[in-house]
Design a protein around this ligand. Structure first.
Ligand SMILES: Cc1cc2nc3c(=O)[nH]c(=O)nc-3n(C[C@H](O)[C@H](O)[C@H](O)COP(=O)(O)O)c2cc1C
Length: 224
């Protein structure tokens, strides 16, 4: 691998941070991260996302309550992890479970919650041969989410990309006044809810499969 530089270093140490200090985050920092999000690529440069930044304590508390209800339901649906290959894997799984539970119990206390909204619109078009598969619209939203998280990391802020709040989308939209269509159908869906704050833990490189084990050079199964 090439030597590290500040960009690679920020990418390598951007991971799910779920425990936050009781310390405010400046609006200017959030604005910088949103500017970085806006620079992300999107299909046809449509830039489909809207951002909802929630800083008001009462609103955060209510989003937090809804997140917790969603997470409770999700947690109950999780399959038993079964036997782990080794104690390291088991410890990592337990850490992730405990941190996720912690976030679910404290989301409303995180200083800033950013919702990434994606419009529900036809996407892809068709021609005389039928529909054209050009990928899904969310492929044009998640690059912005990751840009946001990377920019936050560069400012020393922790983030976690989360989606379980989708289970409670209707209540979140009602709370925040997100408009529906005239026939009542949703106009938007939640691509991600990203809590932002000063992490209590330190940034580090998260364990991942080595890239070489999932990379094929010039043909399936051909490794370097
Ligand atoms: C699409 C997506 C949805 C996720 N949803 C949640 C979520 O609802 N709650 C949560 O705590 N973490 C969520 N995560 C975070 C993942 O659990 C996390 O990225 C993964 O465990 C790796 O964590 P690490 O980078 O700290 O190793 C989600 C991540 C992605 C990419």
């Amino acid at each position: 691998m090439e030597p590290m530089n500040p960009v690679i270093d920020a990418i390598m140490t951007t991971r799910a941070m779920r425990r936050f200090a009781d310390r405010p985050v400046a609006d200017a920092a959030i604005e910088t991260c949103l500017q970085a999000a806006q620079q992300a690529p999107s299909g046809g440069n449509v830039q489909p996302q809207q951002y909802m930044v929630v800083t008001d304590p009462a609103l955060r508390a209510e989003v937090g309550r809804l997140y917790r209800l969603a997470y409770d339901r999700y947690e109950r649906s999780l399959p038993d992890p079964g036997d782990m290959p080794d104690e390291r894997a088991a410890a990592s799984w337990r850490r992730n479970r405990d941190a996720s539970r912690h976030l679910a119990d404290h989301l409303g206390d995180v200083p800033v919650l950013v919702l990434f909204l994606q419009p529900i619109v036809p996407w892809g078009g068709e021609d005389e041969e039928g529909p054209l598969d050009i990928g899904r619209l969310d492929a044009s939203v998640y690059p912005a989410v990751q840009n946001f998280c990377l920019a936050a990391r560069s400012l020393g802020l922790g983030t976690a990309l989360t989606t379980v709040i989708r289970i409670r989308t209707d209540e979140v939209f009602e709370l925040l006044g997100v408009p529906a269509r005239s026939d009542g159908r949703r106009r938007f869906e939640i691509a991600a809810l990203v809590p932002v704050g000063h992490p209590t833990g330190s940034f580090g490189v998260a364990p991942r499969k080595p890239a070489a084990t999932v990379t094929h050079w010039n043909g399936w199964g051909s490794r370097k």
